[in-house]
Design a protein around this ligand. Structure first.
Ligand code: NOJ
Length: 516
């Protein structure tokens, strides 16, 4: 056991389980999430144009008749099937495109207050730009939103959950010079069509994860091999595009629609391996390079990338003989433009890491070698079927407190949290994961004065877990992906959630006796 954890444990002994407040404060919101490509299916369903087009235009824009456009994940699963662990795809997935009413019923049965889902950019704008608007796509999301509201469930909408229209990829993708224009136009289509009813928006989901599409020829599209360069360029472009969508809302929609906009950032919680200064500093560097990379430009008082990150990448770039830093510079205009572009903090938390200092590595340049740290798992932790996901509920409190301290007690919405297994219906480990993550979330509220708006479970249903296909399941409801009907079956975790939402209190039987 590491020193800081030992300290936590000792502190925890000081108070009995009964002393811990396990009741949810008034107004605390519970939700569950999915993402378009992981659940919808109907990958190439046909559709109609929004406005009837003259015949000569119809001939030019045949995609308009074709309905949903192809996106980068469609392209990858169809051209590189070996990339997916079980050689499956999201072509049909959970078929939520046809079964959305059933999904809303599941949300309702558990008692969730909101549903976080994403819009498939290529379903409503098949080419990514606004030259073609697929009416059936707009109808689908209108129907889903209306069904949710009819059941008293708030929609929380992610604009981009990794599924870039292939046509935009061909035009330069996330680093193309026109990407910000395309994203702003897309955001305008969303506010115009759905903003009367959607009051919670997230621009991008986990940019810190999808930048990996620019670090190797691996299985994250578009699979460009440029570590320590491409990932920094993508992040730069995403931060600007996020701010443009936010500023557009401010200028033209906020006064009437009165919604909230943020971005969903993910972070592992870093805990130092020893209490040496080197490891403590390494842990802070790790947090700044992974979460601060996106959060500091938006939420800090001064804006821009964290100082430690700018300095390290600039020094390394110089040592590599480059003429400029691999980390691009914003300049004053963009620093000011991006700073303050969020109404709350969207945070995805799953797992923690033990962090230690390593001397300058001779590795090929990458954002990891720029940090000079090593992150690993404590051998004592229980690890899920997803090797990156360990049972570390203490990290929920640690991360919430870190964010709150670094960013001026901004209200935080946990936008994802979940546990992977192979699909057991009696998923007691998932129930334990949620109950104890929520216990630490409540500790952050009651003991550290963090403002937490709510919690989102990933996911309401089993779904297509990207390169892992259907081999890793996160759902509160099981789906039989071999059955064309895609039947949904509640798991133990759905029952535990239903009870804790109803009682607004954590069940004793799943609570760990001591805090790790
Ligand atoms: C993060 C992503 O947002 C989501 O798409 C993914 O399925 C979960 N984490 C689990 O890996």
């Amino acid at each position: 056991m590491r020193a800081p954890q030992l300290l936590l444990l000792l502190l925890a002994f000081g108070r009995s389980q009964a002393a811990r407040n396990t009741t949810f404060p008034e107004g605390f919101l519970f939700g569950a999430a999915t993402a378009a490509y992981q659940v919808e299916g109907a990958w190439n369903t046909s559709g109609q144009c929004l406005q009837p087009l003259p015949l000569w235009l119809m001939l030019q824009y045949r995609e308009c008749i074709a309905g949903k456009g192809e996106h980068i994940w469609d392209r990858m699963v169809h051209t590189r099937p070996n990339c997916i662990a079980d050689r499956t795809s999201g072509d049909v997935a959970a078929d939520s495109y046809h079964k959305y009413k059933e999904d809303v019923k599941l949300l309702k049965d558990v008692g969730f207050n909101f549903y976080r889902f994403s819009i498939s950019w290529a379903r409503i704008l098949p080419k990514g730009d606004v030259s073609v608007i697929n009416k059936d796509g707009i109808d689908y999301y209108n129907n889903l939103i209306n069904e949710l509201l009819a059941n008293n469930i708030q929609p929380v909408v992610t604009m981009y959950h990794w599924d870039l229209p292939q046509h935009l990829q061909d035009l330069g993708g996330l680093v193309g010079s026109a990407f910000g224009d395309y994203f702003e136009d897309y955001a305008r289509v969303l506010y115009t069509n759905f903003g009367d009813r959607v009051k919670w928006w997230l621009t991008f989901n986990e940019p810190g994860t999808f930048v990996d599409g620019y670090t190797s020829h691996g299985c994250v599209p578009p699979a460009v091999d440029a570590p320590g360069v491409g990932d920094y360029l993508v992040a730069h472009s995403i931060l600007k595009a996020h701010a443009r969508a936010y500023r557009l809302y401010d200028r033209e929609f906020r006064s009437e629609q009165k919604g909230n906009i943020s971005i969903a950032l993910s972070a592992g919680y870093g805990t130092p391996k020893t209490n040496s200064n080197a490891d403590i500093e390494a842990t802070e560097t790790f947090m700044q390079h992974s979460l601060g990379w996106f959060a500091h430009p938006i939420y800090s008082q001064e804006g821009d990338y964290p100082a430690v990150m700018k300095e390290r990448v600039a020094n390394n770039s110089k040592a590599e003989g480059l003429f400029r830093s691999r980390l691009p510079e914003f300049g004053e205009y963009w620093v000011n433009y991006i700073r303050g572009t969020a109404d709350f903090f969207g945070l995805n938390y799953y797992s923690s890491w033990v962090v230690s200092h390593v001397g300058s590595s001779l590795d090929r340049a990458s954002r990891w070698s720029d940090m000079d740290v090593m992150s690993s798992q404590d051998p004592g932790w229980t690890v899920s079927v997803a090797t990156w996901l360990a049972y570390t509920p203490f990290g929920m409190r640690g991360l919430l407190s870190w964010v709150s301290k670094n960013y001026n007690n901004t209200p935080i919405l946990i936008t994802e949290n979940g546990w992977a297994d192979t699909g057991e219906i009696n998923d007691t480990m998932r129930a334990k994961y949620y109950v104890n993550n929520l216990a630490h979330l409540l500790d952050a509220i009651y003991l550290d004065n963090v403002t937490v708006l709510g919690h989102t479970a990933w996911s309401i249903i089993d779904n297509f877990e990207w390169a892992q296909g259907y081999t890793q399941r996160f759902g509160l409801h099981h789906i039989d992906f071999n059955d064309p009907q895609r039947p949904r079956t509640p798991k133990e975790s759905a029952r535990v959630f239903a009870a804790l939402i109803k009682n607004r209190k954590l069940p004793e039987n799943y609570l760990d006796k001591v805090i790790e």
